[in-house]
Design a protein around this ligand. Structure first.
Ligand code: GAL
Length: 359
């Protein structure tokens, strides 16, 4: 009797020992089904929708907002998001798309640096059964599954109309635009030139800043001061470029003496508008764009029909294919409606916009 009891005890202890060794071995070699990456092992929940999003860069203010809103909305809808920043480098962005394909993402969302450079990567993604969304910037000849942006032609028309409403007819205008590689740039330019032409305003020169590099606008202003002095107004492709244009004007005591327009409603641009050195900017409801994009990405991942409250779904040609798209309406902002549009929407705080304005 005693012998059997001792034997049972020895057996129990050996099993417990064996189990402990197995568990220890599993944890060390990561075979507990957890994905080990770096120092922190995070259980990859395979049931969650996986979205990969690659951004051009976060240098320009608006993109941080796009990222934060997109991620929080996607998470709310039960998806996981892997954000990559290409820092303005198209070869890096192509690598990021390839990485997402390798990881087997359900959807890839692209804020494209160069609309002509990722066709092969997108084709490979689609062949792997991955949905591809062009975010804010249309991608050429690549048959993406969806394009969501703002009405960029309307952005340009609003810039032009703000100049005309401020009395600019039969005047001379400089255009300091973003890069050719951004499909939005010709769309904004088309809308702007339409309004200029209708009101007898002449475009005396056009500059394109590669990679949206604002320092190139500074160089342009310094090298073309004769055109700057001759012109009545300067259209800027975004508020970051406008900040350099206004700085260059102020160095010649011309700030506020030339009409300057931009887009993105950056905080500094809103400050310049209430301080009188920039005429207008275009407010683009980023929350609406990013939330709609997240909703569409999740619906696509689930194989559900794509619907959105953010606007009418239509199609747009990418040069070869008709692409389903939504284009959200932008809003023109001047000193007159700054509070109504920017402060009331919570896009910027009143005390920040009026920081340098003393009642
Ligand atoms: C463009 C976009 C603009 C601006 C720019 C970068 O594609 O249409 O709104 O965000 O990128 O500042």
């Amino acid at each position: 009797m005693m012998k059997t009891k001792r034997l049972t005890t020895i057996l129990r202890r050996s099993c417990a020992m064996l189990l402990t060794i197995c568990l220890l071995a599993c944890t060390l070699c990561g075979c507990t089904g957890e994905e080990s990456g770096g120092n922190i092992t995070k259980k990859k929940d395979n049931n969650k929708i996986q979205i990969g999003m690659t951004f051009d860069s976060f240098v320009i203010e608006r993109w941080q907002r796009d990222r934060d809103v997109f991620v929080s909305m996607a998470k709310e809808l039960g998806a996981e998001v892997n954000i990559q920043n290409a820092n303005g480098d198209i070869s890096e962005q192509k690598k990021q798309i390839e990485y997402f394909i390798k990881k087997g993402m359900d959807v890839i969302v692209i804020v494209c640096i160069d609309s002509m450079a990722v066709k092969a990567n997108i084709q490979k993604a689609k062949e792997s059964g991955i949905k591809v969304i062009a975010y804010d910037r249309l991608i050429s000849d690549s048959n993406v599954d969806f394009y969501i942006s703002f009405d960029n032609e309307k952005v340009g028309q609003m810039m032009g109309q703000a100049l005309v409403d401020n009395g600019l007819t039969d005047g001379k205008v400089l255009m300091v635009c973003g890069p050719h590689s951004d499909n939005n740039v010709p769309m904004v330019g088309k809308g702007f030139k339409e309004i200029m032409q209708e009101n007898g305003n002449e475009i005396i020169d056009t500059f394109y800043a590669d990679g949206w590099k604002a320092e190139l606008a500074t160089d342009y202003m310094e090298k073309n001061m004769s055109g700057v002095i001759e012109c009545d107004a300067i259209m800027c492709g975004n508020d970051d470029l406008a900040s350099r244009v206004v700085t260059a004007l102020s160095e010649k005591r011309l700030a506020g003496k030339k009409l300057v327009v931009g887009q993105d409603a950056d905080l500094e641009a809103c400050q310049r508008i209430v301080e009188g050195t920039q005429l207008m900017t275009v407010y683009k409801p980023i929350e609406k764009l990013a939330q709609a994009a997240a909703e569409i990405a999740v619906k696509m991942a689930k194989g559900e029909e794509v619907t959105t409250q953010s606007g009418q779904i239509s199609t747009i040609s990418d040069g070869t294919y008709e692409i389903p798209c939504v284009k959200i309406d932008p809003v023109s902002v001047t000193a007159e409606n700054m509070d109504e549009v920017i402060i009331k929407s919570g896009f910027h705080l009143k005390e920040d916009v009026y920081l340098n304005v003393h009642e």
